[in-house]
Design a protein around this ligand. Structure first.
Ligand code: PAF
Length: 281
């Protein structure tokens, strides 16, 4: 695997591969790679000739009071893992390479970015869409792999690619979980032992909601209350939100059905964790 630090180098390399008729897969990450990220690299490597993994802890998507400086980093370990999973290039730019001067241009995917994560983190998705738009422009036509764990992000990036005619096929990959259901996330590192034991309650609550809908419950308020109650009963959890939404528009539904998505976020100590699940198995 080749380590690349500059935009010009990466562009040159992928352009050469494309000219030689090779397909390109892109896996954007913020590093501290876990099994979830590596499943994206494996998916890309199995469907494309060349896989580019990017690691960039994007300052634009962190609010001033968030964990930008504390965000876990392990570039050497990440390089080994990405190479072993089948990545051909690791793009590891410095912030000054991505943002040589204050960026005056921001990409916003309006309605999809407003609720849920967007409400709790008002500047987050503009930062995500902007950096992903830059990565799509740098890498050019490709398939790009994102985890379903960040479901709202996946919907936003997919819509952005369509609205702005990027020649990028956005591919969503299933959430990887621990044996007790906890979704893999770099932020799980912040959990102290008791919080780690408590954290799967979010997944269990979403499962209970999905089970209720599959059993015929059509009232979203009842499903919401059921899920919220379960999270609130866990003393180490502080609920942010749970809801039943349209799986494409992320609008809250008036009547539940099996095409819906269940989404939730909760704090466990200093870790704010999110999760989601399709109602249909
Ligand atoms: O999901 C992430 O790790 C980030 O939001 C992404 C997509 C790499 C953009 O910085």
């Amino acid at each position: 695997m080749e380590l690349v630090k500059t935009i010009a180098e990466l562009r040159g390399a992928v352009d050469d591969h494309r000219r030689a008729g090779r397909s390109i897969g892109l896996v954007p990450t913020m590093g501290f790679l876990h099994r979830g990220h590596l499943s994206l690299v494996v998916a890309s490597a199995s469907a494309n000739d060349i896989t580019v993994t990017t690691i960039f802890v994007n300052p634009l998507q962190f609010a001033p009071d968030e964990d930008l400086d504390a965000y876990p980093r392990d570039p050497e370990g990440d390089a080994e893992k990405a190479a072993a999973a089948g990545s051909d290039y690791l793009f590891l730019p410095e912030p000054a390479e991505m943002y040589p001067e204050e960026s005056l241009t921001t990409v916003t995917v309006a309605a999809l970015s407003a609720g849920y994560e967007g409400e709790s983190r008002p500047t987050h998705f503009a930062g995500v869409s902007t950096v992903v738009a830059k990565l799509f422009n740098i890498v050019g036509p490709c398939r790009a792999y994102f985890g379903e764990k960040d479901y709202q992000q996946l919907m936003i990036v997919r819509r952005m690619a369509r609205d702005l005619d990027f020649r990028v096929e956005v591919i969503g990959c299933p959430t990887c979980r621990e044996a007790d259901g906890l979704a893999l996330s770099s932020r799980n590192k912040y959990l102290r032992d008791p919080e780690r034991s408590a954290a799967p309650v979010l997944h269990r609550a979403l499962e209970a909601g999905a089970h209720a809908i599959r059993g015929g419950e059509a009232d979203p308020a009842k499903v919401r209350n059921l899920m919220a109650q379960m999270v609130r009963e866990e003393p180490l959890a502080r609920l942010d939100y749970v809801d039943v939404v349209d799986s494409r528009t992320l609008e809250p539904v008036a009547v539940c059905d099996e095409s819906n998505r269940l989404i939730g976020a909760a704090y466990f100590g200093r870790a704010r964790l999110i999760d989601n699940m399709a109602v249909r198995r």
